[in-house]
Design a protein around this ligand. Structure first.
Ligand SMILES: Cc1cc2nc3c(=O)[nH]c(=O)nc-3n(C[C@H](O)[C@H](O)[C@H](O)COP(=O)(O)OP(=O)(O)OC[C@H]3O[C@@H](n4cnc5c(N)ncnc54)[C@H](O)[C@@H]3O)c2cc1C
Length: 397
């Protein structure tokens, strides 16, 4: 399978997560041929879902996607029917000791989205090859040869590793040992619920119509609205809860995960605890350890191979920064390739342009990963919560 074409450079993207799909949209809009290779069998292969706040990088996101995706973006909002104003665009944090409001972080212009629905939207019109797991890549005289586990190979001009926390591209570009993500010791649990009960859903939304946090004891909590079928009938709404604590790594799902959370982790208070207690038996519940990797420079194969998103800087979810940095990476990557190809035949060097991209991602990514670790450390004690960036600086960069 050979597709390289010098008129329209071919960019192979590994990973059909949000970073890979956004990169494909941005590249397509700028005249590149982007092909995404994903190891999963299809868009719904795994029931992984969570909500994310798209905040400081929203204006960058908006210029990377075509008009039709922008017009349908509200389909990915957790609650598209809200009248968004300053109060809706705020993330409140409650005191885990007293239950009172501790601080509110303004997030102007932000929208909370379903990761699953945003991913489906970003997949529109993208050439995605499912069931393709990257094995290796090497340089050729004119570009790259990329090999997959099933033995197929493809020629390309560029390779973008958007293959998440345990990136294979990173493993090849920095070496297996240096590329290993680290366990943070912080466990993250989520529950996705359909209570089919107006009062329960109202109780969650009363803490904040979008989402709310609770911090300051040995467990951090979050609750919010995941999706709204009928805006006027709250029994049709779905909600989510999250819980974070420090502990021994476990990887559990379903009732076993719920039982573990109820018996092995310190309780939260008020609606943050009720949301967990009310979890119906058919809900998705999962626990994972959060992992991180502090970026170090990688081999870029003459400016042809690089990383973006969680592959470049997997971090803890504090202050919702991961996808904001993915969006920034994608924008910088697209601009770098546009700059290179606008100057084709001129004296702009691929090594220099892509080296500048790499250096910026490593520096910005390392800072963001380290900040996420500091935020986690401070979130479990009421005296240090007040020193968190989330409290002092809000959700900005
Ligand atoms: C609970 C939670 C809440 C979050 N909240 C926020 C938030 O509020 N704001 C924010 O900005 N960020 C948030 N984040 C972070 C954000 O979700 C991630 O940074 C972002 O989704 C990363 O996307 P990605 O595409 O880089 O990685 P991934 O989603 O991990 O995608 C990588 C893809 O690569 C594929 N892949 C892996 N290896 C291979 C291979 N060898 N060959 C082929 N394919 C491969 C995988 O199957 C996967 O589909 C949150 C994260 C979580 C978990």
């Amino acid at each position: 399978m050979a597709t390289s074409n010098t008129d329209k450079p071919v960019v192979i993207i590994i990973g059909a997560g949000l970073t890979g799909l956004l990169a494909a949209q941005g590249l397509k809009q700028n005249g590149f041929r982007a092909i995404v290779f994903e190891r999963e069998e299809g868009i719904d292969a795994r029931p992984r879902e969570w909500t994310m706040l798209v905040h400081w990088a929203m204006p960058i996101f908006q210029r990377l996607v075509p008009k039709d995706i922008l017009e349908d973006l509200k389909d990915a909002f957790c609650n598209p029917y809200l009248h968004f104003n300053a109060e809706m665009e705020t993330l409140p944090c409650y005191n885990g000791v007293t239950g009172e409001l501790l601080f509110s972080s303004p997030t102007p212009g932000a929208r909370r989205v379903s990761r699953r629905r945003l991913r489906a939207l970003l997949a529109h019109g993208v050439d995605i090859r499912w069931n393709m797991t990257l094995k290796s890549f090497s340089r050729t005289e004119t570009g790259l040869k990329v090999e997959f586990e099933d033995g197929q190979t493809i020629d390309a001009d560029y390779l973008l590793g958007a293959d998440g926390t345990s990136s294979k591209v990173r493993e090849i570009a920095v070496g297996a040992e240096k590329a290993q993500p680290q366990g943070s010791g912080f466990l993250f649990a989520t529950g996705l619920n359909q209570y089919r009960d107006v009062e329960k859903n109202e109780a969650i939304a009363a803490k904040h119509p979008v989402a709310a946090l609770m911090m300051g004891t040995s467990s951090v909590g979050g609750i919010g609205v995941l999706s709204v079928e009928e805006p006027g009938d709250k029994s049709t709404w779905s909600t989510f809860w999250v819980k974070i604590w420090r502990g021994e790594p476990v990887d559990l799902r379903g009732q076993e995960a719920l039982e573990y959370i109820k018996t092995e982790t310190a309780p939260l208070r008020d609606e943050f605890q009720s949301a967990i207690d009310w979890t119906p038996s058919d809900s998705y519940v999962g626990i994972n350890e959060m992992k991180y990797w502090i970026p170090v420079p990688w081999e870029n194969y003459g400016g042809r191979v690089t990383l973006a998103g969680d592959a470049a800087h997997p971090m803890l979810i504090y202050r919702g920064q991961g996808f904001q940095h993915s969006i920034t990476d994608v924008d910088n990557y697209v601009n770098a390739l546009v700059q290179l190809h606008a100057a084709a035949g001129g004296d702009v060097s691929r090594e220099d342009v892509m080296g500048t991209y790499d250096n910026e991602v490593v520096k910005r990514g390392a800072n963001a990963v380290e900040q996420s670790l500091c935020e986690a450390e401070k979130s479990l004690d009421i005296d240090t919560v007040k020193q968190m960036l989330m409290a002092t600086r809000g959700h900005g960069k």
